[in-house]
Design a protein around this ligand. Structure first.
Ligand SMILES: [Zn+2]
Length: 345
């Protein structure tokens, strides 16, 4: 079969018509295979052409065939795009979303009130340039007691107060273990650390005591750190948490790891000092223990106490929330009762 130029053009035009008339991608693929693929009509014509003896005719025809092949491939490609778009549009039309349909009401979720409070406290201290450090709940006796000026035989180490594990380990009784760890690792360094976490004591569980509760420990070391730094920091914290009107007071106290030591009272968060059951009509509620870090603690951790001093305070978060929201039973924080938790959404 030797096709003349006119016939070749006619075949090309026929294929073009076929491509343009296709309605689906499957049809298009079929035509492409039959006409433009290996062994397709165009390839057949090409193979016949290269056997021609007349060089001029051969050259002209090959040029023509290549032009048509290119043209038809472009048309097929365009058609394919068109058909893909058409398919997508049809699909979208089929899956049209009825936006007037009423949605499902999913219940609101929220973070646990203790987690919310920790996040707020961390935010406040991050703004003040503190570092957040969290330390292990399983601790050595040395970090939990010895370094914090509670040597062997100290009453606070009593078996009745502490959950002892084997091999000199225990469940930490306070987050102050962070002080032992961080001070020992960074002797003679200016530090500003905030640390929150669970602590454990062998209390009999009742409305105000649990064997596990949450504590925040804050400490600063540096040159010339004084009581005024401590007071300023605590005042700022309480105002940030409970409002500009919130006031606090210090009462002398004793802790083994601070000297001098104070109890920190806040003006009753319930009655604003009018007198209520929570503050036992005194107008004040005890919220934290604080003081300047005991020189013995600093020395135990390798600090030069002629140059460095520090302050520290710690408080229980459950107690703070109980006073603030009038929660009567501390166990509510651990029962996972949705009716209790959803109040904090
Ligand atoms: Zn009160």
């Amino acid at each position: 079969m030797n096709l003349n130029i006119e016939k070749t053009i006619q075949i090309g035009e026929e294929i073009q018509q076929k491509i343009l008339a296709t309605q689906t991608k499957e049809e298009l693929q079929k035509i492409k295979k039959e006409c433009l693929g290996k062994g397709g009509i165009i390839s057949q014509i090409f193979r016949q052409t290269i056997n021609l003896n007349n060089q001029k005719e051969k050259k002209d025809k090959i040029k023509l065939i290549n032009e048509w092949r290119k043209k038809l491939l472009t048309i097929a490609e365009k058609k394919e795009q068109e058909l893909t778009e058409k398919e997508i549009n049809q699909q979208l039309l089929k899956e049209k979303i009825d936006i007037t349909l009423e949605g499902k009401n999913l219940p609101w979720a929220c973070l646990h009130p203790l987690t919310q409070l920790i996040k707020r406290i961390y935010d406040i201290f991050l703004r003040l340039g503190y570092q957040i450090v969290e330390s292990p709940e399983v601790e050595t006796e040395e970090n939990n007691f010895t370094k914090l000026n509670m040597p062997f035989g100290h009453p606070a180490r009593d078996m009745q107060d502490t959950f002892y594990l084997s091999d000199g380990l225990l469940l930490r009784t306070h987050t102050t273990n962070t002080q032992s760890r961080i001070l020992s690792k960074n002797p003679n360094t200016e530090l500003k650390i905030i640390s929150a976490g669970k602590v454990y004591r062998r209390d009999d569980d009742d409305a105000t005591h649990t064997h596990q509760f949450t504590q925040v420990d804050c400490f600063v070391t540096g040159k010339d750190i004084s009581f005024s730094h401590l007071k300023g920091t605590l005042e700022l914290l309480m105002k940030e948490l409970f409002g500009e009107q919130q006031i606090i007071r210090f009462r002398p106290s004793y802790f083994p790891f601070t000297e001098p030591s104070v109890e920190v009272d806040a003006a009753c968060l319930q009655c604003q000092q009018k007198g209520c059951e929570v503050c036992k009509r005194s107008g004040w509620v005890e919220i934290a223990g604080a003081g300047l870090i005991h020189p013995q603690v600093l020395q135990n951790c390798g600090f030069d106490i002629k140059i460095y001093s520090g302050f520290a305070f710690a408080f229980g978060l459950e107690r703070l929330l109980m006073i603030k929201y009038g929660i009567e039973n501390i166990r509510n924080f651990y029962l996972n009762d949705v009716r209790f938790l959803q109040q904090f959404v």
